[in-house]
Write a protein that binds this ligand. Structure first.
Ligand code: SIN
Length: 509
């Protein structure tokens, strides 16, 4: 029997499903649709109202990296770029499996009604981002790819039983397997009995003061998995996007300035106008994301400036090709057609997560994970740009099928949630400050120890609803991130340690 967070009046209601999906972004809806097509009773939980702007998928700009048949590109070339970006820690078999299935998954999405931008020849337009040696990124609405992906999936998911304002606060299990989910709702807590549960909760950007992630990205799935005893991996590899808009806001979600701008000729400069990436990497502004974020961070440290700049003025047809970026800049009083865009690196993506195989199966029977919350081994120490929607589509669909099969084989389960424990939490703002200082683009042992000391003071916090659950989740996940980061004393991928002697040159670059 699992210990579950204390939640006044556990199990006021009880229902049954074959497959419960937690999350409504690309991975969650793709998984839910696949399980539904397999004939299983599916319930999908959305932490907020299910509306535009609540998922990370919605905010994806650059596109989907995919190898199109009949082009000069190849699965081997995409795999090679992914593995190179992953800094030696990718699982090459997982990468190959997912990349090779990409075109089929994208074709399914098109079948569900998604439209991608085409050129004058009627073929999909392809752009480039950091770490890609080829143009292989399809996009929609210029830089509104996520909006289109989410729109198409939301429409297709009209056939699913989606429950808004349902927060999964604990996974229920017996000695061997998942048996259900404990859920907090505005009408009180209840139990969903289910043999299969799919985590598709997205990322953990709100461990930090500022992030490109939407409000609900609080590491929920990783926390649920940790509490249930499933394995997690690679959590130290939190990717900082080199270009988050520096709009002077205090924190929270800040607009992304897509890397595809650099694919179309934009250049990173410091306050003095010097090109930041010149001489740092052979791919210059299109180097893998970890390299670029570290170089921007190093330049900011060296100069003491608050922000650097992305000079996109030479990008042809900027406002038409990049309407999302243009609108975000103009809302902040910057005209990117005439002015360099002020940027800073920002917490963007968790390369690690709940350990799975390429079909989303975790180490706990009946528990699946897909999308950013999962760790298939595809990203290693640093994710290649625009591989996230790809992975969400491919692994989401596979996890839905695998979860449906597991539910059929297992049959109905009877979940019990009778051993409540109070999870612990620290103050969210204090945690975000500590993480932003001690576990950011550049870390060291002392900074990580400082966060660990803060976490040691965590106090019991009965979970009564979404907000408290998130505080407990953030605290549990921060603990796991800091432990992993402290253990990895080398610099690798997006985990840069200033106290790693082999990193000395990079630190002052
Ligand atoms: C971007 O458009 O720069 C972000 C794409 C990604 O996170 O892969």
């Amino acid at each position: 029997m699992t210990a579950t967070p204390a939640c006044g009046g556990i199990g006021r209601w009880q229902q049954r499903a074959d497959v419960v999906v937690i999350g409504v972004g690309v991975a969650g809806l793709t998984a839910g649709l696949a399980a539904h097509r397999a004939g299983r009773k599916v319930v999908v939980l959305a932490k907020t109202r299910h509306a535009p702007g609540t998922t990370a998928t919605h905010y994806a700009q650059g596109g989907i990296a995919v190898v199109l048949p009949g082009t000069e590109d190849s699965v081997a070339a995409h795999v090679a770029d992914t593995v190179a970006a992953g800094a030696g820690l990718c699982d090459e078999a997982a990468v190959t499996s997912i990349v090779a299935d990409g075109y089929r998954a994208v074709a399914d999405l098109v079948g569900a009604g998604a439209h991608f931008d085409t050129g004058a020849d009627g073929h999909w337009s392809l752009t480039r981002e950091g770490g890609h040696h080829r143009r292989r990124i399809i996009h929609a609405g210029g830089d509104a790819t996520g909006v289109e992906v989410q729109r198409a999936l939301d429409e297709a998911a009209g056939i699913l039983d989606i429950r808004p304002q349902h927060t999964a606060i604990a996974l229920l299990r017996d000695d061997e397997k998942i048996t259900g989910v404990l859920v907090a709702t505005p009408d009180g807590p209840g139990i969903l009995h289910a043999p299969s549960v799919i985590l598709a909760t997205g990322g953990l950007g709100h461990l930090y003061r500022a992030t490109t992630n939407p409000d609900g990205a609080t590491g929920d799935g990783v926390a649920l998995a940790l509490w249930a005893g499933a394995e997690v991996a690679d959590l130290e590899f939190i990717q900082f996007h080199p270009t988050m808009l520096f709009d002077g806001s205090a924190g929270g979600r800040r607009p992304l300035i897509t890397e595809a701008l650099r694919g179309e000729g934009a250049i990173l400069r410091d306050a003095a106008g010097e090109a930041i990436m010149a001489g740092v990497h052979p791919m210059a502004d299109l180097a893998p994301r970890d390299v670029v974020a570290a170089a921007v961070d190093a330049r900011l440290r060296a100069t003491g400036a608050d922000c650097a700049y992305l000079d996109a003025r030479r990008v042809p047809g900027l406002a038409r090709r990049f309407p999302t970026v243009t609108a975000a800049c103009r809302a902040a009083g910057i005209d990117p057609v005439r002015q360099p865009i002020p940027i800073v690196p920002g917490a963007h993506y968790s390369c690690g997560g709940v350990r799975t195989d390429p079909h989303g199966r975790t180490t706990l029977a009946g528990l699946f994970a897909a999308g950013e919350v999962g760790r298939t081994g595809m990203h290693g120490a640093n994710r290649l740009a625009s591989n996230s929607l790809l992975e969400g589509l491919v692994v989401g669909g596979r996890a839905g099928v695998a979860a449906a099969e597991h539910a059929l084989a297992t049959g109905p389960t009877r979940a019990r949630a009778d051993e409540p424990v109070a999870p612990v939490a620290v103050d969210r703002a204090a945690l975000q400050r500590a993480m932003s200082t001690g576990a950011s683009v550049l870390r060291d042992g002392a900074g990580l120890a400082g966060i660990a000391a803060l976490l040691a003071g965590a106090r019991p916090l009965p979970v009564t609803g979404r907000r408290r659950f998130e505080s407990a989740a953030l605290t549990a996940v921060a603990d796991a991130v800091v432990t992993a980061a402290a253990r990895r004393t080398e610099s690798r991928g997006c985990h840069h340690r200033s106290d790693d002697p082999s990193n000395a040159a990079r630190e002052v670059a």
